[in-house]
Design a protein around this ligand. Structure first.
Ligand code: COA
Length: 434
């Protein structure tokens, strides 16, 4: 049978495809822009056919209503990255949360969790019958390769990305041809605070550095300050719209990378149609799975690797909280620590953690004597390198307790400085102004 005939024989509807899922199965959703929403909707609509189906997602851009009362007993939701759609359910104990370094997820699934069904979204097949995982290669591709059943939405709007991003149609079990637009991130305006943070971070970036950029408004603010740099590279869990102009201008050309020279190495893509169109059929974008992209032992092989991530709170010793606010799980560890460690181990590398100096409309300081009760340390005081706010840069790596506290107080918001100085004087038994 030709691959074309085999492909046709697998075409079905979402309703028929999900009828092959059984009670007790462990179903994994592709990441973010790779989620096949029509298939997910069919699964939810057929809830009465199942009991105890475990649904596993990392960062999801969907409704995440697996834990809603009508789904109780039918689905059990195991979430690896909280969002606005599932935070409340996790806090109420109706959904579970798993925390694990992102680069370890494929190994953890293969060796411990053993999910058996994968729901993905792929580009249409090329002339040899290979579909691309498009914007979501990350943990999606290795997990699909180990699943017993792959149900795929084939979508003309899914870019055909290059790199280690392909799967042959013979590996797919059920195919649903549905052309839906990819979900897009809202355009987050860059305010004065983010602009100042971006400029501070840009002062730490040298020509020829290789960059990782995390999630949120700050990475885009940083990129907007890099137009006068030269020969930058990308080795990043994700990319968004901010890199497109810099690549087109030649600021990012990957020419100085120690590995994967001339290619931007990326795990997933999340932004607007601008970046989705840019990565389509683009041989300079090398999509790789997360056990490669986020592996600290790989990251460190690039000299001058700079990791840029955001956080929520930092205590005076440099313990960084990035994914929880008290006992509330706000997001997830993602690849933050993977990249902090990889960058710290890289020759000439730097790990930068950025945050506005305050939160909650200026009512709370993010630099605090003690982290909130219940909050979890994401990046430890041993791993932390630079902390950046709109007020400046604190270099913490290898510094004493006193030096750390001083450097952090210097970049705190003026409204909260007096209280932090009092804490410094109490803790270290010396006047701050020495
Ligand atoms: N106390 C109380 N509330 C706080 C707070 C604190 N210390 N810090 C932040 N908040 C509130 C903010 O006020 C804001 O709420 P609002 O919108 O109602 O004002 C909300 O929490 C989000 O804060 P913000 O700083 O705007 O978050 P962000 O969208 O920029 O995301 C992280 C920042 C840290 C959550 C995000 O980068 C993350 O999840 N990081 C971990 C994963 C990671 O780094 N991955 C890297 C590879 S992609």
């Amino acid at each position: 049978m030709s691959w074309q005939d085999e492909y046709k024989s697998k075409i079905t509807t979402p309703n028929e495809a999900v009828s092959h899922i059984k009670s007790g199965d462990k179903v994994v959703l592709a990441l973010a822009t790779g989620e096949p929403f029509p298939i997910i909707e069919a699964l939810i609509n057929h809830r009465d056919n199942y009991s105890d189906v475990e649904v596993i997602s990392m960062l999801s851009m969907g409704k995440s209503d697996w834990a809603n009362p009508e789904n109780k007993g039918h689905f059990y939701y195991n979430c690896f990255f909280a969002t606005g759609a599932n935070r409340a359910a996790i806090a109420r104990g109706e959904a579970d949360f798993t925390t694990i370094y992102f680069f370890e997820v494929p190994k953890y699934f293969e060796e411990e969790l053993h999910p058996n069904v994968m729901l993905v979204q792929l580009s249409p097949p090329d002339s040899n019958g290979y579909c691309s995982f498009g914007t979501a290669v990350d943990f999606t591709k290795p997990t699909a390769e180990n699943a017993d059943i792959i149900i795929a939405q084939i979508n003309k709007n899914m870019p055909r990305t290059m790199g280690d991003s392909f799967i042959h149609i013979s590996k797919l079990d059920y195919i649903c041809e549905i052309d839906t637009p990819l979900p897009e991130l809202p355009d987050v305006p860059i305010g004065d605070t983010e602009k100042a943070i971006g400029q501070n971070i840009a002062s730490l970036i040298k020509d020829g550095d290789t960059l990782q950029l995390g999630i949120g408004a700050i990475p885009n603010a940083v990129l907007s300050c890099l137009h006068d740099k030269k020969n930058l590279g990308i080795h990043s869990e994700m990319i968004s719209d901010g890199v497109v102009d810099l690549i087109n201008e030649g600021v990012i050309n990957n020419s100085k990378k120690s590995i994967n020279k001339n290619k931007s190495v990326v795990g997933f893509v999340m932004g607007s149609k601008k970046v989705y169109d840019f990565v389509n059929d683009n041989p300079t974008i090398e999509m790789r799975s997360i056990d490669y992209v986020n592996n600290p032992a790989v990251i460190m092989q690039n000299d001058n690797m700079v990791a840029i991530n955001s956080c929520l709170q930092v205590d005076l010793l440099g313990q960084v909280v990035s994914d929880s606010i008290g006992l509330n799980q706000f997001s997830g560890i993602g690849g933050q620590v993977d990249f902090v460690r990889g960058a710290n181990m890289s020759k000439g590398g730097r790990a930068i953690m950025a945050m506005p100096s305050t939160a909650q409309k200026g009512t709370v300081s993010r630099i605090v004597p003690f982290i909130n009760e219940g909050s979890a340390v994401s990046t430890t005081r041993n791993d932390v390198d630079y902390i950046v706010t709109e007020y400046g840069i604190a270099k913490l790596h290898g510094k004493t307790f006193r030096q750390r506290a001083r450097a952090l107080i210097e970049i705190s918001h003026p409204d909260f400085k007096p209280a932090l100085i009092s804490e410094y004087e109490r803790r270290f038994n010396e006047p701050f102004a020495v």
